[in-house]
Design a protein around this ligand. Sequence first.
Ligand SMILES: Nc1ncnc2c1ncn2[C@@H]1O[C@H](COP(=O)(O)OP(=O)(O)OP(=O)(O)O)[C@@H](O)[C@H]1O
Ligand SMILES: [Mg+2]
Length: 176
Amino acid sequence: MCKKAAEQYVKRFKELKIKGQGLYFYSKVAGSGKTMLISAIGNELIKKYKARVKFATAGDLLDAIRKTYNPNSEIKTHELIDAAKEVEVLILDDMGQQSVKKDTNDQLFKILNSRMDKPVVTIFSSNCKIEDLPYDYRINSRIKDMAVPIHAPEESVRENLTDKKNKKILTELLTG
Ligand SMILES: Nc1ncnc2c1ncn2[C@@H]1O[C@H](COP(=O)(O)OP(=O)(O)OP(=O)(O)O)[C@@H](O)[C@H]1O
Ligand SMILES: [Mg+2]
C-alpha cells in the first residue's frame, strides 16, 4: 500500500503539487522503511520533475534554527526559516522525536503555516499518528490538512535484515 501510494504520488505530482498535497507516513515500529520511502519519493521528484527538494530530520532542522540564535552565526535565523518555508518540496523525517519547547512550536508553526498557505508540498515521516504528535494542536491540525496519513507496516525491515545478516555471519563463523 505504501509503495503504491508513493508511486502514484510521484506519477500525479503535478496536479497534487498545485493543491500543496503532501503525505505523512507513520508506524510505531521502528525500521519499517519510512525514511527509505520518503527519500525515494524525494529522489524521484528530483529525477522526474527537477523538483527542488530539501530533506531534513525535523530535530536537525530545529537544532539548526536554534544555532542561528548565536550572534556569531553566519546564517541568520530568518534565512533558514524562509528557506524551509519556501522550498518546493520539504521532506521532514522523524516528526515528534525531538524535545518540544515553546520555541519548537513557534518555529514549526511559522514554517508549516506558511507552507500550508502558499500552498507547497510537505512530506513527513513519524513514529506516531498526527493527532499524537507532541506539538501544539494548531500545528497538528495543519499537518493533517497538508498531508494524507498513511500507516506504514508495523513490521521492522531493519530487524529482518539484521536477523538475516547475523544468521549469515554466524553460519560463516561456524562453518569457516
Ligand atoms: N523496501 C525495502 N526493501 C529493502 N530494504 C528496505 C526497504 N525499506 C527499508 N529498507 C531497509 O530497512 C532499514 C530500515 O529502514 P528505514 O530506516 O527507512 O526505517 P524507518 O521506518 O525510517 O525506521 P525508524 O522508525 O527507526 O526511523 C534500512 O536499512 C533500509 O535500507
Ligand atoms: Mg526513519
